[in-house]
Write a protein that binds this ligand. Sequence first.
Ligand code: FAD
Length: 665
Amino acid sequence: QPPLKESKVDVLIVGAGPAGYMAALWLARLGINTKFIDKRSTKIFTGQADGLQPRVLEVFETFGFVDRALKEVAVGYEACFYEPHPETGRIRRVDKIPEGVPGISRFNGSVIHQGRIETWLSDAIEEFSGGKIAVERPFLPESLEIGGDEEYPVKVVLRKLPDDKAGPEQFGHKVQNGLYRQFEGDQNQQNGVDSQEDSLEVVRAKYVLGCDGAHSWVRKQLGIEHKGETTDYVWGVLDIVPVTDFPDIRKRCSIHSKDGGSIMVIPRENGIVRLYIQLREGAQHEDQDPVTPIISAAGEKEKPGKKGVRVDRTKLTAEHILATAQNIFQPYSLEVAEMHWFTAYQIGQRVATSFQKDERVFIAGDACHTHSPKAGQGMNVSMMDTFNLAWKVAYVVKGLARPSILSTYESERRAVAEELIAYDQRLSRLFSSKPGEIATEEFRAVIDRGSAFTTGCTVDYASSLLMDKPADAAAERYASPLATGLAIGMRLPDAKMIMQSDARPWFLNQRLLSTGQFRLLIFMGDYASVPALRAQMDGIGAFLAEPANSLQKLRDDGVLQTLLIHASRQDKVEWDDFPAVFRPRDERGVMDYWLVMADSGPSWHDDKTGEAYEKYGISKDVGAVVVLRPDGYVAKVAEPTVDGVKDIWKWLGRFVVGLESGATL
Ligand code: FAD
């Protein structure tokens, strides 16, 4: 036997869905040697997940491609509720509300199919990595072992499949569908893979990220359980261009009919509308796969609660799902001009018992949590999992941070997964119940409470090595008295201010790109009017500039960026007021003009600038230093003095390598 081909990589990503793509994006951005594989021979082109929450759009902006999304997506502004009339039984609109939470983000919840989103991610990965990172497919992992080699302790054997063996079945349907995503020869099938031994190769990795979906092979190799319940609620999905007299077809609608079930209407890009259609009532049992699409033979209903039911998925047709939808829509008509995709799925709500093994192999996305797609969260939460994880892995791979930071991935993301499952359980029960079983008010109250959560902007990470807040503040919003409007643990809310150098208005977050840096936002208040603040600003500037100061080293390593945000009149103060450290020059003498901003009221061309201090609860007479993590979450607040900066330095020293607390203070 010739020896197998072997390669060494820093990170191996298994699975190119939203979670895998986001991981690859961060790793590409931070220059990490990454191998990225998927078992399927092609990416997806239609269907699947479609909702983009505001927080994910904010994250896309930090990677520089949100404009691609904004050009193409359908944006949600208004939502309607339909219920049966008590006398006629015909559905009619009972309420209209804003879609999402007005003002929570610059972006509104948007909708487009997963294939487009994966294309933007893929293009950005190519650009950041100079073409070095791209999905290699079809590759099926065969074994995974941890241990042995100290530097590259994870050994994975991969099998290259022939392209024609790795396409998902379409069951002879003309219309693309997501009924079944596995293929013959897949591990989840009985009959094994028919390919040559020489198609095997060994990858040795420092870290492996299992982003391989609900049936995660990586999760199974680690012996991690996926705990929870599978219900008998069966829903169909149609992506169509409709022909209808339903007046609210271009708004998100929740429709409860009298006897026919429920529908959720989601307007999409290019005139498409997605319909989620209830196909079967529910009961709960625990012994089925979580999100295997289960298909009811046309018209036929299994008894709820029957265990281990496997229905013949080849019998489900788009026509059957459409007929159910037409029945619920009455008295409105519903015909189809174009049918793009369909599927059916059974609702399961599960969370993995652990998200990692030995802090060397991690799982993310659907591999960690599965739930119904109705809240539009699957893809979003999956991307945010690896947005949380991958920069931490990159820091450790580069030797910039201690491996102890990796434990914060599970502590931070498990809480989000559990909140999501709890919300999804409430939502699924309400959607699948009949009118009369639950009050309309109760239904809307759940949607209302959930809409903040589903924007993704309310995630609040608990106290940890990377979050400087009291341990007992975990359950409630915690803010420093120096910045009462900023919750430590939450992402930085946006505010518009003025660039000092050229007077251009900017939203602060537009300047805070995902570069992998921690950031000190030094809010120096109205330094021009408060002499003590000017002295403090000069003191911080001098301290940051000391060559012996290891903060300087952090800046050189690309770990830290310092920005100054003052509240004096932008047009009344002078550029030379600011310490040189905020106006650095490169080796050619060219100055960086983009590190000083003013939050000093309306600007020449924009009356919305100048609200940051108020929004963040920072006094213009006192100021504050806000520490942001590379993923944009507020991690610590300190006073704007040399002592405050030293306090931050000590805190960074808990996890940043070479900054042991106070070593060079
Ligand atoms: P996935 O998107 O599942 O990606 C996993 C990737 O890993 C796939 O590319 C797969 O080919 C690959 N893979 C799997 N096993 C291996 C292996 N052993 N080796 C190598 N590669 C592997 N969500 C919504 O919000 N709305 C919807 O309408 C919706 N519809 C859905 C319909 C279907 C049929 C499915 C399956 C899911 C749907 N979802 C929907 C859920 C949403 O797509 C997921 O939550 C989201 O895609 C999860 O992202 P992920 O990256 O964790 O996993």
